[in-house]
Design a protein around this ligand. Structure first.
Ligand code: DON
Length: 307
């Protein structure tokens, strides 16, 4: 007999397959070639049970879902004071690639938007780290949390590097305010590599469970992150992880979450589970249409809203 959660996820995928709507991201050329029919769901509990349904073994690039993990790594490497000096803790209410800077401090509003993620990426390892060291650090942490060695997809990396005007503009602007110090090209290249890491929904669910558990790996019992930093990451995911739709998301779904332009949505339910959905077509805010629907249904059916 199958586990009831497994049965639930399978029926959820069956119901969601009929849902239409949304557009593939096209500003990164390779993402426009994604199969819009792919749909996978996974849930990993903090006690180490993993349930998957649909296209759970399909690999896709992590994109912005890497941002909470890079943020966690920067907090570990540099401490909260240094990180908070460079990146704020408030929602921007704007699109993910806007230059949202705080009025007074000129810091990016938060670590979930591109401006904040570029600032976070530069903080990785230490003040004198090079491009490859920072990439190795963030890929290394994500691999530790996923429980397998993750790799950068060269084709996606090259495709996005060829279409990086917006991120380069953000990086140059951050340099002009003294938030970035390295060459704009180096920080953008490292950040794009971070976004080009290949994962499955199973990987993401397990990675999310590491945040949900307060930093204890659900499969090994090993402490992988300090609980205080997990709390900070989940807090910023709650207020800014779904960009300009973050408030609506919290009201309707009520799970700290992060979306990515490849079509992934990762939720981390404190004390309970990591949950991931992958379906490439996106809504106007850049969030997966079927990903949002899946979370709305799971939240209601399984009573997952944190409030
Ligand atoms: O920097 C970018 O534009 C992409 N590498 C990631 C953006 C992203 O995933 C936004 N999320 N919906």
């Amino acid at each position: 007999m199958q586990h009831p959660v497994q049965d639930y996820l399978s029926s959820l995928v069956d119901r969601l397959r009929a849902e239409r709507g949304g557009e593939l991201a096209t500003y990164i050329p390779v993402l426009a070639e994604a199969d819009p029919e792919k749909l996978g769901v996974a849930m990993a509990t903090v006690t180490g049970r993993v349930h998957c349904a649909g296209d759970a073994d399909t690999e896709f690039t992590i994109q912005s879902v890497s941002k909470p993990f890079a943020y966690a790594a920067a907090l570990v490497d540099r401490g909260a004071e240094t990180v908070d000096d460079a990146v704020g803790l408030n929602p921007s209410g704007e699109a993910f690639n806007e230059l949202s800077l705080e009025e007074q401090s000129k810091r990016p509003d938060n670590a979930m938007i591109n401006a904040g993620a570029l600032a976070v990426h530069q903080l990785l390892v230490g003040p004198f780290a090079g491009r490859q060291e920072r990439i190795d650090r963030v890929v290394g942490l994500m691999s530790l949390l996923a429980g397998r060695r993750l790799t950068v997809d060269r084709a996606t990396y090259e495709s996005e590097m060829g279409a990086s005007d917006r991120n380069l503009a953000l990086a140059h602007m951050l340099r002009s305010h003294g938030i970035l110090h390295d060459r704009a090209e180096d920080v953008v290249a490292g950040y794009v590599a971070q976004c080009s890491v290949l994962v499955t929904v199973r990987d993401l669910a397990v990675m999310g469970a590491c945040l949900a558990s307060g930093g204890v790996h659900p499969l090994t019992g090993e402490r992988v992150l300090p609980s205080l930093f997990c709390r900070q990451v989940l807090s910023v995911m709650s207020t800014a992880g779904m960009y300009e739709a973050a408030g609506q998301w919290m009201a309707h779904v009520g799970i700290p979450a992060k979306s990515g332009v490849s079509g992934a949505v990762l939720g981390a339910l404190p004390g309970q589970a990591g949950i991931a959905v992958f379906s490439p077509p996106l809504d106007a805010a850049g969030n997966s249409v079927r990903g949002v629907l899946a979370f709305e249904r799971m939240s209601e059916d399984l009573n997952l809203h944190v409030m």
